[in-house]
Design a protein around this ligand. Structure first.
Ligand SMILES: Cc1cc2nc3c(=O)[nH]c(=O)nc-3n(C[C@H](O)[C@H](O)[C@H](O)COP(=O)(O)O)c2cc1C
Length: 156
């Protein structure tokens, strides 16, 4: 049987909520990516900092995950959309982790502008089987995508 891990980054906890939903439906183990240096300042300041990081391809150092990646053959990967792509911390994770030969099931939470998030994840994981991603929309912290759609994606 395939062993599944959920690996996600979340800044304002929307992505975390979905990761926990997946955990409660599947029993999968869940691991949160965290930056070594937390983002601080107002929301707008973080939005501006993120833009600079993404434009320059900056990979913020992340804390090491307490997981043995080689024990899993499927990784459900969650990220918020930041400036039309994955959050920089997820960029760091995908650049450092060896996910070759694994199946990656991406999901992205966002406010309606998914951009090229899934394409970018695929590009970073040329030796993985990256299946099509689940786009989950929030308006601030209110879930807009139907729970039914999310649940059927989880069990499907
Ligand atoms: C730095 C930053 C950039 C964002 N850029 C986008 C974007 O390009 N498109 C979009 O739809 N939402 C964007 N958002 C909104 C988040 O994607 C959305 O609120 C997401 O659900 C947050 O997930 P989290 O609570 O797990 O951090 C951005 C938010 C932040 C903080």
């Amino acid at each position: 049987m395939s062993k599944i891990a959920v690996v996600y980054y979340s800044y304002t906890n929307n992505t975390k909520k979905i990761a926990e939903m997946i955990q409660s439906k599947t029993g999968a183990e869940v691991f949160q990516i965290e930056t070594v240096t937390p983002y601080t300042g107002s929301y707008d300041e973080v939005v501006n900092q993120a833009q600079k990081e993404i434009n320059s391809g900056f990979k913020p150092p992340i804390q090491s995950l307490k997981m043995q990646l080689d024990q899993y053959d499927t990784v459900i990967l969650g990220t918020p959309v930041w400036w039309y792509t994955m959050a920089p911390a997820v960029f760091t994770f995908l650049s450092e982790a060896d996910l070759s030969g694994k199946k990656i099931i991406p999901f992205a939470t966002n406010a309606g502008w998914l951009g090229h998030t899934f394409k970018d994840i695929k590009k970073l994981c040329p030796d993985s089987e990256v299946v099509s991603g689940m786009n989950i929309e929030f308006s601030k912290e209110i879930l807009k995508t139907s729970i039914k759609a999310i649940e059927s994606w989880i069990v499907g």
